[in-house]
Design a protein around this ligand. Structure first.
Ligand code: BG6
Length: 484
């Protein structure tokens, strides 16, 4: 369960200027699960602007009344957060909510509602459009907002997937660039809003311990492992044409890889930091389909909306090579899938063994379990350093030992924001550091082209397992660090 604050954050954090926030797809899954509860948490934490209005929007076929939108917001908070929808903050939050139908063809009623809200707030008011809509609705809305008065003083948050391949990503980017200045565009990847992912920057660049070892001379492998126990949970319409690679690897795991593999940026500003991530993406060798295992869980084809002969992968494991001076020869193993044995989000940096072996080890120490740094980035997050220590007793015999840092026990939970909340706040502040860039996304699709053109056949796996055996063989003689 995520730690939640019900108190304003008492630090000198920036508070955004006054805003009208427009939530397209306001009745959809993402709005209900993440965005509405997230905005309410920001309100409770004192991080929403002094004056704000939130306008939900959806096509006329999904239109609801203001009252129904407020009820939907209450139900969302009830169902998807630990926050209580009551008290003074809730009253003013719910009073700020209204609903206006709009479509790609007609945004006039929405414009009128925004202008009315801005007049009520008074002075300079920024606009934030959050497009929490299916991929096929994005181009129409981008053109509608960008081609009308709506775009004045506006920032736009876009959701993945950013295309399904290089050609479609380029088309999308052309349309976005024709309608907005790049400084107005915020492509969200919620993994980059996770505390422990951002903490990779601190771990590496604010400390002297790790960075000297963070290279091919000392690192044997890197693993980014995100197994999930959930199935596709009725999301066949989205998942069947998407699959695990597009849903998780291109969108999330590669971004994490970017933070692990990047050089130190000259500052944490958006341009230098994203330049360094981009250089990593430039260094990723085209993915070789023979370095990839695709799996599909038993029963996937029986899900409503899934083809009986579906070749969509619900599991993927791959070996990625980053060919630059720091990383050449170090394999990056990426794995994710649905209906697996555990839900975890783990990065492991596996280190080389010392040159000389002076010691004997306790018999229960598994092979390949030398020095590892393990970043568990599921909220609230932790870091474990695995090393060897002398076992107490008369003999010089070593056993596996661990040093652990836990977010939950180390910092005030009140300061914790969930990934979406943090990123929406950053977008309102105009801070683009943690958002992805169009050229980076295009580069990732380019590196994925061979795999998309010649994907290996999907292999079946049992629900609750760790995926096909071939995924274990893929990384031999190394082994996956999960299960522990
Ligand atoms: C989403 C994917 O982007 O991320 C889902 O579409 C996945 O398939 C989810 O389950 C994982 O997110 P979280 O919040 O569990 O880190």
């Amino acid at each position: 369960m995520r730690p939640m604050s019900t108190h304003p954050i008492e630090t000198d954090v920036d508070i955004p200027a006054n805003h009208v926030i427009v939530l397209f797809g306001a009745t959809g899954d993402l709005a209900r699960r993440k965005i509405l509860p997230g905005l309410y948490h920001l309100a409770l934490a004192g991080l929403l602007p002094k004056a704000y209005r939130i306008i939900g929007s959806a096509p006329p076929a999904f239109a609801i009344s203001n009252e129904d939108f407020r009820t939907l917001a209450r139900e969302s908070v009830d169902q998807f957060s630990d926050l209580a929808p009551d008290g003074g903050v809730w009253d003013s939050f719910v009073a700020s909510l209204s609903f206006v139908a709009s479509s790609a063809e007609d945004g006039s009623a929405l414009l009128a509602a925004i202008e009315e809200a801005e007049a009520a707030i008074g002075g300079d008011v920024s606009r934030l459009f959050h497009l929490a809509v299916p991929p096929d609705a994005v181009l129409g809305l981008v053109t509608m907002v960008g081609g009308s008065e709506l775009r004045r003083n506006a920032r736009v948050i876009l959701e993945k997937p950013f295309g399904v391949d290089l050609a479609s990503a380029k088309t999308l980017n052309v349309v976005i660039k024709a309608n907005f200045d790049e400084t107005q565009v915020f492509r969200i990847d919620h993994f980059l809003g996770k505390e422990s992912i951002d903490n990779i920057l601190a771990l590496r660049f604010a400390n002297r311990f790790f960075e000297p070892l963070w290279n091919r001379d000392h690192v044997r492998y890197v693993q980014i492992d995100v197994p999930e126990t959930i199935t596709i949970e009725g999301r066949a319409a989205f998942y069947e044409p998407t699959g695990a690679f597009r849903d998780m690897v291109v969108s999330h795991l590669f971004q994490v890889l970017g933070f692990i593999a990047m050089e130190q940026p000259t500052s944490l500003e958006a341009r230098p930091l994203r330049d360094e991530v981009h250089k990593v993406f430039e260094s990723i060798r085209p993915i070789d389909p023979t370095h990839v295992v695709r799996g599909q869980y038993d029963g996937y084809r029986d899900e409503v909306g899934v083809a009986p002969d579906s070749q969509t992968e619900t599991f993927i494991a791959l070996r990625v090579e980053v060919e630059n001076t720091r990383w050449k020869g170090v394999p990056f193993y990426l794995r994710t899938g649905k209906a697996l044995a555990e839900s975890r989000q783990v990065i492991t940096i596996g280190f080389e063994e010392p040159v000389m072996r002076l010691f004997s080890f306790a018999s229960n120490v598994p092979e390949n379990h030398g020095n590892r740094l393990v970043v568990d980035f599921a909220d609230p997050g932790s870091i474990h350093a695995h090393f060897f220590a002398k076992r107490p007793g008369p003999e010089m015999r070593l056993d596996a030992a661990q040093m652990t840092f836990n977010y939950a026990g180390s910092f005030q939970k009140a300061h914790h924001l969930e990934a979406y909340e943090y990123l929406i706040l950053e977008a309102m502040l105009g801070k683009r550091t943690l958002f992805t860039r169009s050229d980076g996304i295009e580069r990732l699709w380019e590196a994925s082209a061979n795999l998309l053109a010649s994907p290996p056949a999907v292999e079946r796996y049992a629900q609750g397992s760790w995926g096909p055996q071939s995924a274990i063989d893929l990384i031999a003689p190394n082994s996956w660090c999960l299960p522990e």
